[in-house]
Design a binder for this molecule. Sequence first.
Ligand code: B12
Length: 255
Amino acid sequence: MKESIREFALSLGVDDVGFAAVADYNSPRSPKIETISRDIKSIIVLAYKELSSCDSEDKDTAMAGRQAVMEFSRTANYRVARFLESKYKGKAFTVPNSNPFAMVKETGGAVGQVSLRHAAQAAGLGVFGRHNLIIHPRFGTRVNFSAVLSDLDLSSDPQLTDELCTYCDICVEECPAGALDEEGKTVVNECFKSCQPYGLGANINFWRKALAASPEDQKRMIASVDYWRLYPSILVGNQYYCFNCMSKCPIGTEI
Ligand code: B12
């Protein structure tokens, strides 16, 4: 069954596929998988090579490449989920590339329902590096993930044991926010502010400030270029303007 699912996902254009039994998924800060459904037994993780556009100095172009990955990953999730339902009469739950994440105070909205990095590691698709990202054996750090949860009994693929990170520290040096200075930790707020200066969060902050401002200042704020730059966030949401820890990583750039 695993091979037929893998073959189907690869035939769609997904770059790699891994399987993890729920028992092998261990993400201490994420909600338990049974909070999604008690029926879930396995996680099918789909990997997508990040496009070379992530190297572009034009951050709108870099983000457009990411959006292409995100949009395709939603389609791939749906197709794989329907394949499981129609061919194996299984139940399927899709985990997209980014949200949903619970918008609760305890986590600041920075914990997804399923940690795709921990799922990818459990499914043998890579290992954590110094940048706290997953390094894939072929694509290096330039990889994104989505997943489909299912009630099918699928065994885990072998986990990788090789160290893939060279600890060159380029990711640490190239992080404009200093968010990776402490090993094993990403300073979420600093990364967030720096990588999404015109994201939905910035948009909300703009309006929070505008509401508290004088009518004069409100007029000035709405006429500012900063306000115009927030426009796309309404469509794009999490609009990334920094890809450094991913794009500057020398591992896997040749593919
Ligand atoms: C919320 C979120 C963010 C938040 C918060 C990040 C965070 N600390 O978790 C912000 C906005 C800051 C962010 C930033 C980025 N993100 Co983000 N993000 C997510 C999201 C939606 C949820 C993550 C989550 O649940 N975190 C909470 C828990 C699981 O994290 P944690 O247990 O605290 O683990 C942290 C550390 O303890 C450490 N860690 C945990 N276990 C281990 C084990 C070892 C051995 C080591 C060394 C470290 C380590 O790593 C984590 C880093 O903070 C995921 C998608 C998803 N559903 O998984 C994408 C995701 C993690 N993001 C991704 C990417 C690419 C980015 C950015 C490069 C931005 C960009 N331009 O794309 C940066 C990278 C930041 C970094 N180097 O850590 C990719 C990672 C792909 C990969 N190759 O690993 C994901 C998987 C999206 C995807 N579908 O591909 N992200």
